[in-house]
Design a protein around this ligand. Structure first.
Ligand code: UDX
Length: 436
């Protein structure tokens, strides 16, 4: 079976590499020459643990090319894994998906199954099939299958190879059979359904998780007001198997390439169809406020941060990725810059991406936590990287000028922090103030 994957971002590349791992020959197509060159040198253009190792292991079965015409010509299955970024009005931008579909239609010379892995609004698979058929140059049969992706960044390889589910939306038995052949070797549970339901599984799953996070963040905010401890509360909630204990970590809000985009896209789609999806709208609003929670907390200690030494620990939207998309740091650092704080920041791998957004002069980038907090008047924790969580907390008092720690990810045990001469505020837990 000849498999082609269009797009070498998180979804496309991880899918391609994992399919090669189970024995398929896979051709990866991208329009970005720089990316294709990197891939041909054995380097991954995205930071994803385990990915480069699998690329090396399966290099005989992986081809990377700019030549989409040649790739699509005789493909049995073509995956579309290109981005569907958010437009200004919150809807999904499908330009890249339709561009790839057109190129496929213009070049296929044999019957082909086109698998849409990109996250697309409900109803799009049907429209893509229509678009393909309208643009077909040769007399071949083409079918579109919806096969949403559920991988998380940082664990994408594992999530794909050991997926909890493979959702396939089809309109024919033939397409179902081909898809089962593609995934034979993954050994996972399948859900075979119509295309609209498959598309909806993706949005409903992501939006449910986003809603769960916003819900727990609101409960955490209330915990702070009434003097409860969110970690004990979520532990208690999680003991109920109907609720479960996953995705109940309170913090300064969700970021990343999916939750913010997919909540807005579903809300947009509902509006477009004259329906108001109130729960998701609330999740979005709560998240936007939550992202600024630490700055609000800082006002208790300093009216303005002007001229103060401010330490920032963590820039990426979560640990184990260099991705900054919708990261809380992007909402907070502009405020610090505007207030003319003297910012020192540390992130184990997100620094280079962050530098592209902000001119170097505004921020001094540090090599570790110690260097960042030295002489600081306040410290903000935006991402729970391991070396931040495992940092020797006795050093905050020793190194900072005024040891005020505002932790947006509940990195430290309150019982341990209580022993330190610091001010420590986290999310949904009591404030420790040992500087009184
Ligand atoms: C998410 C989904 O998990 C994945 O299934 C989908 O395919 C793509 O979107 P990802 O964006 O990579 O994956 O990261 P995820 O680990 O889900 O975290 C998203 C955001 O939620 C992060 O900012 C994280 O910090 C936040 N989060 C997550 C919380 O605030 N609390 C939690 O309990 C879990």
């Amino acid at each position: 079976m000849k498999i082609v994957v269009a797009g070498t971002g998180y979804v496309g590349l991880v899918t391609a590499v994992c399919l090669s791992e189970i024995g398929h020959n896979v051709t990866c197509v991208d329009v970005n020459e720089e990316k294709i060159n990197m891939l041909n040198e054995g380097k991954s253009p995205i930071f994803e643990p385990g990915l480069e190792e699998l690329m090396t292991k399966n290099k005989e079965r992986l081809t990377y090319t700019l030549d989409y015409k040649k790739a699509y010509r005789d493909a049995d299955v073509i995956f579309i894994g290109v981005g569907t970024p958010e437009k200004k009005d919150g809807s999904a931008n499908l330009t890249y998906v339709y561009q790839v579909a057109k190129e496929i239609a213009n070049n296929v010379e044999k019957d082909t199954i086109v698998v849409v892995k990109s996250t697309v609004p409900i109803g799009t698979n049907k429209k893509i099939e229509k678009h393909l058929k309208e643009n077909l140059k040769n007399n071949v049969k083409i079918e579109v299958v919806s096969n949403p992706e559920f991988l998380s960044q940082g664990t994408a390889v594992r999530d794909t190879l050991h997926a909890q589910r493979i959702v396939i939306g089809v309109t024919s038995k033939r397409a179902e059979t081909v898809m089962r052949q593609v995934y034979d070797g993954f050994n996972q549970e399948y859900l075979i359904t119509d295309r609209e339901s498959a598309e909806m599984v993706k949005y409903a799953s992501n939006d449910f998780l986003a809603l769960k996070i916003s819900y727990i963040n609101e409960i955490a905010n209330l915990c702070e007001i009434v003097g409860a401890n969110i970690q004990d509360v979520t532990k208690g909630m999680g003991m109920d198997k109907r609720i479960g204990n996953k995705f109940l970590n309170a913090g300064i809000g969700y970021g990343g390439s999916c939750f913010p985009k997919d909540t807005k896209a579903l809300s947009w789609l509902a509006n477009y169809n004259d329906y108001e999806i109130k729960t998701i709208k609330a999740a979005i609003e709560v998240n936007e406020n939550q992202k600024l929670k630490l700055i609000k907390k800082s006002r208790k200690y300093y009216e303005s941060l002007e001229g103060l030494n401010v330490a920032v620990l963590g820039l990426t939207f979560k640990p184990n990725t260099d991705d900054l998309r919708e990261a809380p740091s992007l909402d907070n650092i502009p405020i610090l810059i505007e207030e003319r704080a003297k910012i020192k920041a540390y992130d184990p791998i997100g620094e280079n991406n962050f530098k592209k957004t902000y001119p170097k002069e505004a921020i001094t980038y540090c090599k570790n936590v110690k260097e960042t907090i030295k002489d600081a008047d306040i410290c903000f924790i935006f991402t729970e990287w391991d070396d931040i969580k495992n940092f020797d907390i006795t050093l905050y008092k020793k190194l900072m000028r005024t040891p005020i720690i505002l932790d947006g990810r509940n990195c430290y045990d309150l019982n341990e922090i209580k022993k330190e001469k610091v001010i420590y505020e986290s999310i949904g837990r009591k404030t420790i103030n040992n500087l009184k």
